[in-house]
Write a protein that binds this ligand. Structure first.
Ligand SMILES: C[C@@H](O)[C@H](NC(=O)OP(=O)(O)OC[C@H]1O[C@@H](n2cnc3c(N)ncnc32)[C@H](O)[C@@H]1O)C(=O)O
Ligand SMILES: Nc1ncnc2c1ncn2[C@@H]1O[C@H](COP(=O)(O)OP(=O)(O)OP(=O)(O)O)[C@@H](O)[C@H]1O
Ligand SMILES: [Fe+2]
Length: 544
């Protein structure tokens, strides 16, 4: 049955009215698309819905015609096995039109309905075209930006934007400048003649934020900084952030495969940076061709086929659309028989003399009780940005490692620091990373450590299971390079959230560990931070 599988997919979450036919046997994907182009400004939900209303039936009809022409079964048999459609996330009025069209078609030709998560489709089309087993996926689209990895039957969100999606951030800048939608390709073109100017750069563990850099970019434009320079620097910083968090996700999961998804993935500079980062760490990188990166129904049909083959179809009554549909809400039915990504697969074992982290090379000398950490130049980053980040982070790491210990948090003793060489010499602590020695007692201790830090007005910035060393029941925090001073509850809660995400991304049974972290925190720290953490978790943190 599977090898003759044919699926008709329908997409229309925001701007692309699209329908496609995927023929699994021939691995052929034919896509019919009709784009909505706003007259002025960005995407207007009402106008976009009007576009869908007209264009969706048209593209569906064309795809159906193609399916009929290429169908070689009996004439009374439906030309496809199922109808798959984007259920969300996306603009409500657009999604409802897509849902209605899909239901009508599935009834008319009497085939089942498959409800697809648009973001998971952006990911799966990369896995499909690359033939990767267990990649980390960077989705860089208009309304979203996140890192996903498969674990325990779900795509886990390892990191994501704390404010707007990456394409929307860029589009807001181009609206300010008066350029027409979409802005991404215009920024890419203008960047070719630009030079680097300093702009904000914000990553927190594997999360990141664009609001600071976007308002700085608008201010720079208002202050007559040449627009080419701003475009160039926006790309350098924004894509540098996305590449850095991708590398961190590869390092944390031990995966050596990265796929890119989403419309911003059409950008050459982003692809170049990701490719270079992967090549340097011996990982494979794959970006699908542009027609599969921007919104398209081909990816909906391909994931629809996998879901259909797994029996994952929808009853009409359950086929409501969901504008806030998150990728980690989807039970991944179609990968039930596949091996899991083994956490820490690529990680050095104890006894090795050198460990490669996401940022640094660490020389280990356990006998001498010493490690030397060097933040190496990242050639994918602009040299000025690279120099700035390495110096800043080395200085901060030295300072905060010592400050934390004074506050009663176990950390390695610092014996030497050279910010210009981005080199630190530290005491060798623990006998393994927490990642390979997870227990509720240890995680509870991490909760207490973070609470002590926060009480002193400092966040760690990257508290993951790889940045905690353990030794019996002793737990040490290391790697303070992303830390900073702050008195914002939101920052403290984000710190906990980063740790929480790393538990979800790497532990087999994260629930008791997540509880333990909260217990530990509660014993020392403020309840309002835990309240804010619940708040952060409750937010579907996508804004347009
Ligand atoms: C939910 C769904 O509706 C939404 N779709 C979406 O955002 O469309 P997508 O095709 O994935 O991405 C469009 C974005 O991609 C940007 N873009 C297109 N070409 C670009 C380029 N060469 N460089 C940078 N950005 C580019 C556009 O500026 C726009 O912001 C999403 O996937 O988040
Ligand atoms: N003081 C130390 N004592 C013992 N081992 C250490 C020490 N510092 C670092 N390591 C080992 O080196 C690894 C990488 O170190 P570190 O996290 O500081 O580098 P990084 O490049 O910032 O890594 P990442 O960004 O992936 O967390 C740690 O996971 C740990 O195994
Ligand atoms: Fe998209």
């Amino acid at each position: 049955m599977t090898d003759t599988l044919r699926i008709l997919g329908i997409e229309g979450t925001a701007w692309a009215a699209s329908a496609a036919v995927f023929d699994a046997e021939r691995d052929e994907i034919v896509i019919e698309s009709d784009a909505y182009q706003p007259e002025s400004g960005g995407i207007h939900p009402r106008e976009a819905a009007e576009h869908m209303h007209e264009a969706v039936p048209r593209v569906v009809e064309r795809a159906l015609e193609h399916a009929r022409e290429t169908h070689d079964g009996p004439a009374d048999e439906p030309p496809v096995d199922a109808v798959a459609f984007s259920r969300g996330p996306g603009l409500g009025p657009c999604l409802r039109i897509v849902g209605t069209a899909a239901r009508a078609l599935s009834q008319a030709i009497d085939v089942p309905l498959v409800g697809v998560n648009h973001m998971v489709a952006h990911l799966e089309i990369g896995r499909h075209t690359a033939d990767f087993d267990a990649p980390v996926c960077l989705n860089a689209s208009g309304a979203n930006a996140h890192l996903l990895a498969y674990r325990n039957g779900r795509y886990r969100v390892l990191g994501e934007t704390m404010d707007t999606g990456v394409g929307n951030a860029i589009d807001k800048f181009t609206r300010h400048v008066g350029w027409s939608h979409p802005g991404g390709p215009k920024v890419e073109a203008a960047a070719k003649d630009g030079e680097y100017v300093d702009l904000p750069y914000v990553v927190k563990g594997m999360d990141f934020s664009f609001s600071g850099i976007m308002s700085a970019a608008k201010d720079a434009y208002d202050d007559d900084v040449p627009v080419a320079d701003i475009c160039y620097s926006l790309q350098e910083n924004i894509f540098g952030m996305l590449t850095e968090v991708s590398e961190r996700a590869l390092s944390l999961t031990g995966s050596d495969e990265l796929v890119l998804g989403g419309g911003v993935g059409q950008n050459d500079r982003l692809r170049e940076m990701l490719g270079e980062m992967c090549a340097q760490r011996g990982a494979e990188f794959h970006a699908p061709e542009p027609r599969f990166l921007r919104d398209n129904a081909g990816m909906i049909a391909v994931l629809g086929a996998k879901m259909y083959a797994a029996g994952d179809t929808l009853a009409l009554a359950d086929s409501r659309v969901d504008p806030d549909f998150r990728p980690d809400q989807v039970p991944v039915t179609w990968r039930a028989d596949e091996p899991e990504l083994a956490a820490g697969r690529g990680k050095a074992t104890e006894g090795d003399r050198q460990v490669r982290g996401a940022e640094a090379l660490v020389d280990l000398e356990p006998a001498a009780g010493r490690v030397t950490k060097r933040r190496r130049a990242k050639t994918y980053r602009h040299p000025a940005l690279d120099e700035r980040l390495r110096t800043e982070r080395t200085t901060l790491e030295a300072r905060l490692t010592s400050l934390a210990r004074r506050e009663g948090v176990p950390t390695p003793v610092l014996s030497d620091v050279d910010p210009h060489e981005a080199r630190l010499e530290l005491e060798y602590v623990g006998d393994r990373d927490l990642q390979s020695g997870l227990s509720p007692a240890r995680v509870r201790a991490v909760g207490r450590h973070l609470a002590r830090l926060h009480r002193a007005g400092v966040v760690h910035g990257d508290p993951t299971t790889r940045n905690v060393r353990v030794d019996g029941e002793r737990t040490y925090l290391i790697d303070f390079g992303l830390g900073y001073h702050t008195d914002h509850v939101e920052d403290y809660a984000m710190d906990l959230h980063v740790f929480d995400q790393s538990l979800v991304g790497t532990a087999d049974d994260p629930a008791p560990l997540r509880e333990a972290v909260r217990e530990g925190y509660r014993a020392v720290g403020a309840e309002r931070v835990l309240e804010r953490l619940r708040d952060i978790e409750g937010r579907g943190r996508y804004q347009s």
